[in-house]
Design a protein around this ligand. Sequence first.
Ligand SMILES: CCCCCCCC/C=C\CCCCCCCC(=O)SCCNC(=O)CCNC(=O)[C@H](O)C(C)(C)COP(=O)(O)OP(=O)(O)OC[C@H]1O[C@@H](n2cnc3c(N)ncnc32)[C@H](O)[C@@H]1OP(=O)(O)O
Length: 204
Amino acid sequence: MGVEPTVRDGLDRDETAALTALAARIRELTEAAVLTGAGAGEAAAVADELAALTARLSAVRRAAPPFTGTGESGIDRQIANPVAGTINPIAPPVDIEVTPDGIARAEFTLSQVYEGPPAYVHGGVSAMVLDQVLGMAAAATGNHGMTATLELRYRRPTPLGVPLLVEAKASRTEGRKIYADGAITGPDGRVTVEATALFVMPRR
Ligand SMILES: CCCCCCCC/C=C\CCCCCCCC(=O)SCCNC(=O)CCNC(=O)[C@H](O)C(C)(C)COP(=O)(O)OP(=O)(O)OC[C@H]1O[C@@H](n2cnc3c(N)ncnc32)[C@H](O)[C@@H]1OP(=O)(O)O
C-alpha cells in the first residue's frame, strides 16, 4: 500500500508561475485561518466557499506532485517539496541556493503558522528546514542520499517573523555516506539551531 513513485508531469513556466501564485495565496489563507477572529458563523461560511474552490482544483487531479521542467538538477526540479517548493503551500518556502563551493544557504522568515513555543519557531519545523538544506549540501557533492541520521542542538529559541539564515556544507564522504553540518542563525547573528546529518545513498 502507500503511494507509488511514478513518472512526473513537468510544468512549463506559465503553469509554474500560476501554481506558485496559487500557493502564495493559500499561505496567506493559512495564516489568516490561524489568526482570524472572524467568529464561528463567518468561519463556517468561508469554509463552505473554500470547499467549492478545492473541488474546482481537484476536478483535474495528477497522480503525484509535478516537477518543474526548468530546474537544473533533480533537486531543483522538486517544485512541490515541502521546504523549498514554491507550489507547495506548506513550504515557507525556503529559497535555497548552492554556491560553487558547495555551501547550501537561504534567508527565510517563518510566520506564526510555524509557532511552537509562544512567539518561537516549532522545533520540528527547524528540523525540517535543516534536513532539506543539509541534504542539498550533501547532494552538492554529486551524491544524492537519504537522511540516515539528523542530530539537532537547539541552542536558543528561534524567533518568528524575522529574517533567519540557514547554511550547510558537506564535511566528508565515505563511500555511500555523506556527512553534513549546518545551522540556523537569527537576525542578531547568534546561532539558534545546529545540525549534523548523515545521508546514505541507497543501494540501487
Ligand atoms: C528528475 C527529478 C528527480 C528528483 C529527485 C530528487 C532527489 C533529491 C535528492 C536529494 C535531496 C536533498 C534534500 C532532501 C532532504 C530530505 C531527505 C529526506 O527527507 S530522506 C527521508 C528520510 N529518510 C529515510 O526515509 C531513510 C530511510 N532509510 C533508508 O532508506 C535506509 O536505511 C538507508 C538508505 C538510509 C540506508 O540503507 P542501506 O541499505 O543503503 O544501508 P546499509 O547498506 O545498511 O548501510 C550503508 C552504510 O550507511 C550506514 N548507515 C545506514 N543507516 C544508518 C543510520 N541510520 N545511522 C548510521 N549509519 C547508518 C551503515 O552503517 C553503512 O555504513 P558502512 O558502509 O558499514 O560504513
